[in-house]
Design a protein around this ligand. Structure first.
Ligand code: FAD
Length: 456
């Protein structure tokens, strides 16, 4: 076999480079190292001879598993062990480039010219805005920013937790995670979680005594999962209840015989926990409340939330010194990726992107960026394994490749990145430091010293 010197233009940079030997394997770039990208990668490495490069915007890998999943639900984060084993087993075929943002450091177009196939798995990371007057007031934050902050996202702004009254808008698990973390913080029970110490100390001083979780529709429409809901009702020193009308309660009870098992169990938990809260610390689940206006004080700090109660047609005003909204995510479409009329990636089928005929690479998408921000990790895993099958089958007859990757572009632009080995160093140091205080890890929030600017 022989190597060949080629000239190829990537972006505005013309490179001379040695191709891999002509017998070399097809090359895949994965955008995003969350569960979608990693499960697809795992499937593909098992079923094909692809060489895979993973590009991740954050300085460290694994997306929402690290920066979204609740810090007191470590068992969910164990999925990282599968990804870890995958990287270790496939060192020759798999590389990781964290701190590299596709669309900024490398364009999508450049990726399609550097690889035979590109898999988009970059999630859905922009919180939908509340969009009412006053929503830009201080201490009005999205659930994903709050979750990111306590999970250790670098540079996340610190919320003011001296608030006694907190309102959380949204009826999904993110809203519930925010409420649970706030209401358990002062008990010290989060000390064994992986919340970075400097952020935990802010959380533990929280003055929160009253949390209102507002749903736009009735209690039958909540998107909570039963485990998270039960946990909220079990928190000691907090009285958490659904404060609902007799009509809503009657409807919930009457619906029970018709519901499928999972929904029925959830509804039973809802029914069991209706009533009026009392005591020092209270968490109220309120429904049919639509936010209308955020009222701030002269310093621009949120003080009240005005809502419309659509059940009574009355306007209500809740005291509120911290407002967290979690009303869904917007999917961003990377520059150069085709977009459909719903402003989502234009998919040709369940996994192929509707790319134009001139595009040099096959382009696929999976996970939240492809199908919207729905579902838990297991759902993502199923989709991704399907996508891996599809890519493997599309390339079953591909015997060689001259795709150059993007090493030269990264080197030329001196894009600082974190490799798999650098991540393993961080991982080990975090674990070692965590052990000293009985935590699974002490997450770092800055990574400058681990960044490399050159690929060999
Ligand atoms: C707060 C929260 C808590 C959750 N808790 C649970 C739970 O307890 N259990 C459960 O099963 N599921 C949970 N989920 C759902 C689960 O996290 C998702 O199903 C899953 O993470 C979706 O995977 P993904 O790979 O599509 O997206 P992500 O996990 O978001 O991964 C996408 C990755 O792409 C990267 N990226 C984005 N843009 C770029 C770019 N331009 N260039 C390079 N990289 C980029 C991101 O940094 C990210 O690392 C939770 C979700 C949230 C939001």
């Amino acid at each position: 076999m022989f190597a060949k010197v080629l000239m190829r233009r990537i972006g505005n940079i013309q490179f001379t480079y040695k191709t891999r030997k002509l017998s070399s394997k097809p090359r895949l770039a994965i955008v995003g190292s969350g569960p979608a990208g990693m499960f697809a990668c795992n499937g593909l490495l098992r079923k094909s001879n692809f060489l895979v490069d993973v590009f991740e915007y954050s300085p460290v890998p694994f997306g929402l598993v690290r920066y979204g999943v609740a810090p007191d639900h470590q068992e969910v984060k164990n999925v990282i062990n599968t990804f870890d084993a995958m990287f270790e087993k496939n060192r020759e075929r798999l590389r990781l480039y964290c701190n590299v943002k596709i669309g900024q450091d490398i364009t999508f177009d450049e990726l399609t010219r550097g690889y035979d196939a590109v898999l988009l798995a970059y999630g859905s990371y922009k919180a939908r805005k509340l969009g009412v007057p006053g929503c830009a007031s201080k201490n009005v934050i999205s659930g994903s920013d709050f979750v990111g902050w306590y999970n250790g996202v670098p540079n996340a702004p610190t919320p003011d937790l001296s608030a006694s009254n907190v309102v959380i808008v949204g009826n999904g698990n993110v809203a519930l995670d925010c409420a649970r973390v706030l209401s358990t913080a002062s008990s010290g029970s989060l000390r064994i979680s992986d919340i970075p110490d400097e952020r935990l100390s802010v959380l533990e001083k929280t003055a929160t005594k009253d949390i209102k979780i507002l749903g736009r529709r009735g209690p039958e429409n909540v998107s909570f999962t039963i485990k998270e809901l039960r946990e909220q009702f079990k928190i000691q020193e907090w009285d958490s209840k659904l404060e609902i009308s007799e009509t809503d309660l009657k409807n919930l009870i009457e619906s029970l015989p018709k519901l499928e098992r999972k929904k029925k169990r959830l509804t039973e938990v809802l029914v069991k926990n209706t009533g009026t809260t009392s005591g020092l610390r209270q968490c109220h689940f309120l429904f049919h409340r639509v936010p209308k206006e955020v009222v701030a004080d002269s310093n621009g700090m949120v003080r009240e939330l005005v809502v419309e109660n659509t059940e009574t047609s009355k306007t209500e005003t809740f005291p509120c010194e911290l407002l967290i909204y979690s009303i869904g995510y917007e999917t961003l479409v990377l520059d150069g990726v085709p977009q459909n009329e719903n402003k989502m990636i234009d998919m040709k089928d369940h996994c192929r992107v509707n790319i134009n005929a001139e595009c040099p690479a096959h382009v696929y998408a999976t996970g939240w960026c492809a199908h919207g921000p729905r579902g838990v990790i297991v759902d993502t895993q199923q989709q991704s394994s399907f996508v891996a099958d599809q890519i493997a089958s599309d390339f079953i007859h591909t015997r060689h490749s001259i795709a150059p990757g993007v090493d030269l572009v990264l080197n030329e632009r001196k894009v600082p990145f974190i490799s798999w080995d650098a991540w393993k160093m961080i991982d080990q140091q975090e674990r070692d430091q965590g052990k000293l205080s009985g935590k699974i890890r002490e997450k770092f929030t800055t990574f400058e010293k681990f960044l490399s600017k050159r690929l060999e």
